[in-house]
Design a protein around this ligand. Structure first.
Ligand SMILES: Cc1cc2nc3c(=O)[nH]c(=O)nc-3n(C[C@H](O)[C@H](O)[C@H](O)COP(=O)(O)OP(=O)(O)OC[C@H]3O[C@@H](n4cnc5c(N)ncnc54)[C@H](O)[C@@H]3O)c2cc1C
Length: 510
């Protein structure tokens, strides 16, 4: 797909992803904007403000741009609180995405900027029925790796069987004509793969024990419903999220060569404005603008500007000196971010493809691994890095407490229960715990209806000359589109204020 999307766009054969109107006009030269953080939000803000004639300075604490938009290659280093720095030893050409790994087709701004920066995209295979469910615990099916297509079709079959029988026997109280009943029952038969007696039996849908060739082939047998239920395979860890969750539905994309190609392309476009190794320690509104103090290898420095866009994640901002109001201070201090971690495992051989015919997609477990992501690129090549766990919440917290070596051990032990090939093919690993990662201290912002009011709405308004942006300033939390959207929103606000141009960017689109 890589070149295909951009080629089709270039040839005008498909329309560029539409975005909210953003027709700001140049008109105010030389206003100085200090941008805190060179993640996607900060750099997008600078990129768009530069077009309008503003003078931007970006202060970035790390020695690289991109923030969470980061792909791990040989030589990549991360610093975690308690565990210190560690460095990846992946072979040249191998990588995994520690942060964003997939772009939904409807994230118009992510698609828009990839096009504008010439970042090549390829399909990210988020849905793979050949990947596994693995339930650790009780029940006759636990401890076994089971292809998703088997559980999906068995559960769908049994559920539709129950419903079809109940409807047919008039046990569901609904105003329906005989004709309606017949139509619904026919639909359920088709949906669940039921036979004429409305019974679910295994068919080709769930795969074969003996695949067909010059002979007919033999279907695999359905698992009894009670075995599936008692083995935990109908519990939330195994819900069919990929097809049913808006953001996870195909088509999904990834940047060719690593998702941070997006950050790098953006970084090139704002390069003169970026100051790396500049850790902000104080942000103060003044009578005429903003004063920011930051630490560099050469000592402490100070910069003044007319306005400031702060994209520093809130758990980090909470420890930075400022003179914001009590309400804004409370909003920053009480923000909650999720806990999440990933580990990349390099293997000598792509056994998941060679031995098990898994090309991309995700295996789900109910243990600490939560998910194993198989790479959606370089199929049938020699080596590969797969994401050995991608976990959240309590599981991420427990695993994040472990040392780097202990995390590797856990990923290998638990992973080998599914893929015994781990024992012979493993080469090296690199793990990132986002809630322990310096300059982030969390995966992404999490809100409920109450904190949308007490935190989010408060920070949507500028604090005098300081504007807040980043994924946390949208309803697109955990998505790059949120960073892009929030950047455009504050650029529009600043430009409206400075130029008097009458323009309102639609806020908080979901
Ligand atoms: C595990 C994970 C998986 C994800 N998966 C996806 C996905 O599949 N698809 C998708 O679209 N999105 C995904 N996301 C979300 C996406 O990565 C973010 O929404 C986006 O990158 C956030 O950009 P940002 O600019 O708001 O924040 P950041 O990228 O965090 O940028 C903030 C910047 O501020 C800097 N900073 C911090 N403190 C200071 C300081 N004191 N002084 C100066 N600079 C400082 C940081 O170093 C950083 O560069 C994922 C994120 C994570 C963590």
């Amino acid at each position: 797909m890589g070149g295909a999307y951009s080629s089709l766009l270039a040839l005008d054969l498909i329309k560029a992803a539409p975005v909210h109107p953003f027709d700001l006009h140049k008109g105010t030269e030389g206003k100085k904007v200090i941008i805190l953080g060179a993640g996607l939000a900060g750099m997008t803000a600078a990129y768009e403000l530069n077009k309008l004639g503003y003078e931007c300075t970006i202060l970035e604490a790390r020695d690289r741009v991109g923030g969470r938009c980061w792909s791990i290659r040989g030589g990549s280093t991360n610093i975690e609180t308690e565990h210190g720095a560690h460095t990846a030893a992946f072979d040249k050409g191998l990588y995994f995405n520690a942060g964003p790994s997939r772009i939904p087709h409807h994230h118009e701004l992510s698609m828009h900027y990839c096009k504008e920066f010439g970042v090549q995209l390829e399909v990210y295979n988020n849905i793979n029925e050949a990947a596994y469910y693995f339930s650790e615990g009780n029940g006759p099916l636990s401890g076994k790796k089971i292809r998703k297509r088997e559980i999906h079709n068995d559960v769908r079959g049994y559920m539709t069987e129950l419903l079809a029988k109940a409807i047919d026997q008039g046990q569901i109280q609904m105003a329906m004509t005989k004709d309606d009943v017949e139509k619904i029952v026919h639909y359920l038969e088709a949906e669940g793969g039921l036979d004429r007696d409305k019974l679910y039996k295994a068919s080709a849908r769930r795969g074969y024990k003996v695949p067909p060739g010059v002979y007919e082939g033999e279907y695999s047998e359905a698992y009894p419903l009670m075995d599936i239920l008692s083995s935990g395979l109908m519990e939330p860890d195994f819900y069919n999220v990929a097809e049913y969750t808006y953001e996870l539905q195909m088509t999904m994309f990834q940047a060719v060569g690593g998702m941070d190609m997006i950050a790098k392309a953006l970084g090139e476009r704002v390069k003169p404005a970026v100051n790396l190794g500049a850790e902000v320690s104080s942000i103060k509104n003044t009578d005429t603008g903003v004063k920011v103090v930051y630490k560099t290898a050469a000592g402490e420095k100070e910069i003044e500007g007319d306005m400031c866009i702060c994209t520093i994640p809130l758990p980090v901002l909470s420890y930075i000196d400022h003179n914001f109001s009590g309400t804004v201070t409370r909003a920053i201090d009480y923000a909650t971010y999720n806990k999440t971690g990933k580990i990349g495992l390099q293997f000598k051989r792509r056994f998941w493809e060679e031995d098990e015919r898994i090309y991309g997609g995700i295996t789900h477990t109910n243990n600490e691994l939560t998910q194993i992501f198989y790479p959606s690129n370089e199929y049938q090549s020699n080596k590969g890095v797969l994401i050995g766990y991608y976990n959240f919440g309590d599981k991420a917290e427990r695993v994040g407490e472990l040392s780097y070596a202990e995390r590797e051990k856990l990923a290998l032990e638990k992973g080998a229960m599914i893929h015994p090939q781990y024992n012979n093919e493993f080469e090296n690993s690199f793990s990132v715990t986002w809630h322990k990662t310096k300059y982030n201290m969390g995966g992404w912002a999490e809100y409920n209806s109450q904190t949308r009011e007490s935190i989010y709405k408060v920070l949507l308004e500028p604090e005098k000359n300081v504007y807040f942006a980043g994924e946390h300033m949208t309803y697109l939390n955990a998505w790059m589109a949120g960073a892009f959207e929030s950047a455009r929103s504050v650029v529009a606000e600043i430009h409206t204020r400075v130029s008097g141009q009458n323009f309102k960017y639609p806020k908080t689109t979901g």
